[in-house]
Design a binder for this molecule. Structure first.
Ligand SMILES: Nc1ncnc2c1ncn2[C@@H]1O[C@H](COP(=O)(O)OP(=O)(O)OP(=O)(O)O)[C@@H](O)[C@H]1O
Ligand SMILES: [Mg+2]
Length: 228
């Protein structure tokens, strides 16, 4: 469960108000999709919910812990222990191969079976490749494998299929959904693809730093049932 209360976050000395009073509850084990226009505050909200960044005011309680009251060191430990993150901009370690990037995640969880994740995202033949030799979509898939290999309790994904073609996107989403069913983690995903939001238990829509709607979805679809 994640409970955010009245989050505010500004940049550039207040010139940009990225979050303007955001409150949100995410149930344990649920899948929440966040949609909204570019610049509406989606990534900022994910960063604050996951403890990567601090809000200027407001509180975040996740996994029973008050992130807003933590020191930087405690926030680091919280993220290491509980959070998996797939970034909009990939962020792979450039000097490490595909296998080693994923192993970084796996080692944190003592996960010896991380090749399963690499295979599932279709990169078994790229184990030794360096990130600079990969396409955008391949780098994105390494990030997904790394986050899953860490066996997080909360998985945050920021546009995880933005660089993937339809067939790869569907198969990666299907694998993520299967792992979620198996492991029961909570999942928060930013997507500009409203079809993908049909897979979620609930859809949060943002506009100009605010939540303008939350829609519960009584019958989420599978990755192969949604439009694209
Ligand atoms: N580090 C930063 N410094 C200055 N401004 C920032 C920073 N991060 C975000 N912003 C601004 O805050 C606002 C919200 O940005 P955010 O990245 O959260 O939007 P987004 O909804 O994720 O957009 P997109 O769909 O394009 O990824 C934007 O106006 C953006 O320019
Ligand atoms: Mg963003």
């Amino acid at each position: 469960m994640i409970t955010a209360t009245d989050l505010h976050k500004e940049f550039n000395g207040g010139a940009v108000k990225a979050l303007r009073g955001v409150s949100l509850t995410i149930k344990q084990g649920s899948f929440v999709a966040i949609i909204g226009a570019s610049g509406s505050g989606k990534s900022t909200l994910m960063n604050v919910l996951s403890g990567l960044e601090r809000a200027d005011s407001g509180t975040v309680v996740a996994c029973g812990q008050d992130l807003s009251a933590m020191t930087d060191k405690q926030l680091n430990e919280f993220r290491r222990e509980y959070v998996g993150f797939v970034f909009q901009q990939y962020y792979l370690l450039p000097h490490l191969s595909v296998e080693k990037n994923v192993r970084l995640g796996a080692d944190l969880a003592g996960n010896k079976n991380y090749l399963r994740e690499i295979e599932a995202v279709g990169l078994a033949d790229k184990l030794k490749a360096m990130p600079s030799a990969l396409s955008g979509g391949e780098q994105q898939r390494v990030c997904i494998a790394r986050a899953l290999a860490k066996k997080p309790q909360i998985l945050f994904l920021d546009e995880p299929t933005g660089a993937l073609d339809e067939s790869t996107g569907r198969s990666v989403l299907d694998y993520i959904a299967k792992l979620k069913a198996e492991r029961g983690f909570t999942m928060v995903m930013v997507t500009h693809n409203r079809n993908i939001a049909d897979m979620a238990d609930s859809v949060v829509e943002m506009n100009s730093g605010k939540i303008i709607g939350v829609t519960d979805n009584p019958s989420p679809k599978s990755a192969y049932e949604i439009g694209w």
